[in-house]
Design a protein around this ligand. Structure first.
Ligand SMILES: Cc1cc2nc3c(=O)[nH]c(=O)nc-3n(C[C@H](O)[C@H](O)[C@H](O)COP(=O)(O)O)c2cc1C
Length: 426
């Protein structure tokens, strides 16, 4: 029997010391993360189950679909062609799970993929901590062979650290993404994310460093500037620096509240028209009508959704929450799925792909938000648990069911129900 290695060990020990082709031949991978003992001080940071139980046979990792040579020196034209060839090879994914700290982790990505997502981002990873701290790597980045196409996102302000972090993950992903959009105070303090919009030469050096040295393409997730011309120049600079895909969140750095500020799809359309590489749109994608409208109005190559997926991971399969059925009630039929069903599916995925409890807790609150509104005592009971167990959570869903609560998801069109969706929940 072949020896089993943990993904994290493969990344730590193999990927940086050998040539890409040699790595391809020797790299091994399992689907779970290292069974480091959890830190006793914060129970929510411990893993939800024993990864050893779910280790699977190692597999050979195939070479990433991007040609296994860095993208310089190449002409602009060649880089654009290469960016499109890569995108085509990935199947031109249109429906993509946006990066979300503590929320777009492996089991959640896999749930969204089951329900129609064609690609997904990891949560933002801090590149310096990623290079220095094995425990952080093991807990914050896990993947499996079905978890593709995958964007691994880093935040940073240092090209060398970024490259070191990126080289650890490049065999396991389809893009290494730079977070240029985080508007939070923590990003201001750490000087990364949207705060790098003040220092475009630094941004350029980050992109160039990856484009010159990685074997997978580099993508960037940006916010828009208040001035359209600045946004367009920014996007063109990224393309010229070697970026192979841009995801545009159509809000400025100051427009932090996604519910308060509508994303500016016109600005996204302008970026799409200004660059020659694939562009993805982000913001105000809450159900499949938004997806279609966004694609039609902006001409982009795909969309990202974040907050709406947290509540409804089946969004890309055509399901929608009650909030989005009011204006078209006649065509809506009671769904065949509700959020508690999705939560149970998510918990099963967590058994298979263990993650820290804080991530699970977060998803439980988001997926059961409407159930908890009806029965707040169940939420109080959940909040009172300093240590969660999967058994407790499965029982909690059973209790809600016994209380006769149902918060169905809806399908707008009968043809969706008759298609792949019915197969999904069979
Ligand atoms: C819980 C949460 C965590 C997020 N974490 C990240 C992140 O790690 N990296 C990032 O680029 N954006 C992050 N975002 C922003 C989303 O990717 C997305 O740009 C934003 O929510 C707008 O999309 P939406 O309108 O579909 O929610 C996060 C958003 C949420 C709600």
């Amino acid at each position: 029997m072949k020896p089993k290695f943990l993904l994290s060990r493969c990344i730590s020990s193999n990927s940086r010391s050998k040539s890409p082709m040699a790595q391809t031949q020797t790299r091994t991978r399992t689907l779970t993360i290292a069974p480091d003992p959890p830190p006793p001080q914060d129970l929510d940071d411990t893993l939800c189950s024993n990864p050893d139980l779910y280790q699977q046979e190692e597999e050979e990792q195939s070479c990433p679909s991007f040609p296994c040579t860095p993208s310089f020196p190449l002409s602009g034209e060649e880089r654009v062609e290469r960016a499109w060839a890569h995108w085509a090879k990935l199947g031109r994914p249109k429906l993509i799970v946006a990066p979300m700290v503590d929320n777009s982790e492996l089991p959640f990505r896999m749930l969204c993929r089951k329900y129609g997502a064609e690609g997904a981002y990891t949560p933002m990873l801090h590149s310096r901590i990623f290079t220095e701290n094995e425990k952080y790597r093991n807990e914050e980045f896990t993947t499996c062979k079905e978890d593709r196409p995958l964007f691994v996102q880093f935040c940073t302000n240092d090209p060398n650290t970024l490259l070191e972090a990126a080289q650890r993950v490049e065999p396991y992903c389809d893009y290494v993404d730079i977070n240029l959009g985080c508007p939070q105070r923590i990003a201001k303090r750490g000087y990364y994310g949207a705060f790098l919009m003040e220092n475009l030469p630094l941004v350029k050096s980050l992109v160039q460093k990856l484009a010159l040295n990685l074997h997978v393409p580099v993508s960037c997730k940006i916010r828009i500037f208040p001035n359209l011309e600045d946004t367009i120049n920014y996007a063109r600079m990224l393309e010229d620096a070697g970026c192979a895909l841009i995801a545009v969140h159509g809000r400025t750095r100051d427009e932090k509240d996604g519910k308060k500020f509508r994303a500016d799809w016109n600005a996204i359309k302008a970026v799409k028209n200004a660059v020659r590489i694939p562009v993805l749109a982000n913001g105000n994608v809450r159900h499949m009508d938004d997806v279609q409208n966004c694609l039609d109005e902006t001409g982009v190559d795909g969309v990202l959704s974040a907050e709406s997926l947290l509540e409804n991971p089946a969004l890309f399969a055509g399901f929608r929450t009650a909030e989005w059925v009011a204006d078209c009630e006649e065509s809506n039929k009671n769904g065949i799925l509700d959020q508690a069903d999705l939560l149970v599916e998510y918990l099963k995925l967590c058994e298979r792909y263990p993650v820290p409890w804080r991530m699970i807790r977060s998803h439980v609150h988001k997926m059961l938000k409407d159930f908890f509104r009806i029965h707040p005592h169940v939420r109080e009971d959940l909040n009172a648990q300093s240590k969660l167990t999967l058994e407790f959570l499965y029982n909690m869903v059973d209790r809600l069911r016994a209380l006769d609560v149902s918060v169905p998801l809806y399908l707008k069109d009968a043809h969706v129900a008759g298609g792949s969706v019915t197969g999904l929940v069979a």
